[in-house]
Design a protein around this ligand. Structure first.
Ligand SMILES: [Cu+2]
Length: 491
């Protein structure tokens, strides 16, 4: 069925401000948005899980098996060359078509997992919960024992992988940090397709595979349903990059055999050409925050930090009360840091305001699919320096910082009692009563941190822009990068 789209002429249309649902072009009834998996209703999420299960229950080798097989066979054609993004777009699109069939819902689209928002404590993400994708593998064989797909036995595996879905978090019980919303914004500023694609593949995309580990860092990783929500997000970042200015058809670099990359190049084992997938709207999908619809949305809702802090009904005027409420449950002291403490280690679980360091990818992972260790280390050094620069800014706190990820923080407060909140050289050390993850503990934590460092809580919501926070970020990520980051505070 997908072949129908593969032969379509490439459109020169540039995406301006696409509504969420527009009249389809090139055979689409409509262009429908792929959505953030966290924003789906329980029933919508269940439709995805059920659809996957139906594919997996077909006689072996079945349609689900086929994706892992293709990915394994296409390792060198599909990675570390210009085709990485278009090849994975076609793979994810074909998976989407299979799920449209399995769910009998023509409007089904593969949801995405925005891992940049979970980047500072990935293992705390709801993604890994029992009723979603399940968590870490067990000691020994790394087989997962929780989640919707724990009993799935993959047919095609790389080398001596066990006959199970396996994961082995790279820091024991936890996962090292992923790339942040700011890192994505910086990537979107890269003007050459090949430079953007290489750095994105080598660091941000690779960290997710490598840090989750075991089967997820193998070439049969489409066996793990987590692969699809990861690659839907990878594709979304490319779609954002394409939607900036005149980049929809931008494509250059080299193929796996060294020949110059061209739109008419075939997509190995999938069919179609690079050119047939460049304009994703011809594949009948877009993303929920592409275009004008949601970019200016701003959360003031009950679930957000604004609601938590009682902003909007008193706001800053409540600081006095806040100090007293804070003093009740949380102990705090302020210390002064040395210059080399401006970048918390990748294994730090305490810091609320700063971005963490990243852990270097394992050489095993880099080499497996033809990556270049030296180049990867250069990209990693760039990321590290970027985080250091962000952490030095007095009036900016990333939307990826833990203080802005209440869902992650709530789970962390159940596990540990000491946290730190750092601005410049001042660090506030906070002690919670421990063992509690109640909203009031979180509330006190946030209030105590901001008051101890004489910060405005508005800063945590991106409101620092009025004092120059996002404005001073512009030299680093551009105006559009700053806009991308601003939108992230809202969701
Ligand atoms: Cu891949």
């Amino acid at each position: 069925m997908w072949r129908k789209y593969a032969i379509l002429a490439v459109s020169a249309l540039v995406l301006a401000s696409a509504p969420l649902e527009v009249a389809g072009q090139g055979g689409c009834a409509s262009v429908i948005a792929r959505r953030d998996i966290k924003s789906l209703s329980g029933a919508e999420r269940n439709e995805f899980f059920e659809g996957v299960r139906r594919l997996q229950e077909e006689p072996r080798p079945n349609r689900y098996d086929r994706f892992a097989y293709i990915h394994l066979q296409a390792t060198f054609e599909a990675h570390h060359n210009a085709k990485f993004l278009p090849w994975h777009r076609q793979l994810t699109y074909q998976f989407e078509l299979a799920l449209i069939d399995a769910t009998r819902n023509p409007n089904f689209r593969v949801p995405y997992w925005d891992w940049s928002k979970d980047s500072q404590a990935p293992a705390q993400s709801i993604i890994f919960s029992d009723s979603w994708f399940g968590g870490n593998g067990r000691p020994g064989d790394s087989c997962i024992t929780t989640g919707r797909f724990a009993s799935w036995k993959p047919m095609y595996r790389e080398g001596s992988e066990p006959e199970c879905l396996s994961r082995q978090f790279n820091s024991g019980d936890s996962i090292s940090p992923f790339s942040t919303t700011d890192d994505i914004a910086r990537l979107l500023e890269i003007s050459s397709f090949v430079d953007f694609s290489k750095e994105f593949e080598d660091v941000a995309h690779a960290q997710v595979h490598n840090n989750i580990g075991a089967g997820f860092m193998k070439m049969a990783s489409p066996n793990d349903p987590l692969f699809w929500v990861h690659h839907s997000f990878v594709d979304k970042v490319w779609a954002h990059w394409q939607s900036r200015g005149d980049r929809m058809l931008a494509y250059n670099g080299a193929n796996s055999d060294g020949s110059p990359a061209r739109p008419e190049d075939p997509l190995h084992m999938l069919g179609g050409t690079v050119g047939s997938v460049m304009d994703f709207r011809r594949l009948c999908y877009t993303y929920d925050d592409l275009g004008s619809a949601r970019m200016s949305r701003r959360s003031t809702g009950d679930g957000g930090l604004g609601g938590l802090l009682g902003l909007g009904n008193g706001g800053g005027g409540k600081h006095g009360d806040g100090a007293q409420a804070a003093a009740k449950g949380i102990k705090s002291r302020v210390v002064t840091l040395a210059e080399d403490e401006l970048l918390p280690s990748a294994d730090d679980h305490a810091e609320l305001f700063q971005l963490r360091d990243i852990k270097p990818l394992s050489e095993e992972y880099i080499r497996k699919c033809g990556g270049n260790v030296t180049r990867t280390r250069e990209y990693e050094a760039k990321t590290r320096e970027f985080h250091r620069q962000i952490n030095k800014m007095p009036d900016y706190i990333s939307p990826s910082a833990l203080i802005n990820r209440k869902d992650l923080l709530q789970r962390l407060t159940a596990e540990r009692s000491t946290f730190t909140a750092t601005r410049g050289r001042k660090r506030c050390v906070l002690e919670t009563p421990g063992g509690a993850a109640s909203p009031s503990v979180l509330d006190s934590l946030i209030k105590t941190a901001t008051l101890s460092l004489s910060l405005s809580v508005d800063l945590l919501l991106g409101g620092g822009s009025r004092q120059g926070g996002l404005t001073s970020l512009v030299p680093l990520v551009g105006q559009k990068g700053a806009d991308y980051i601003k939108a992230a505070y809202a969701s």
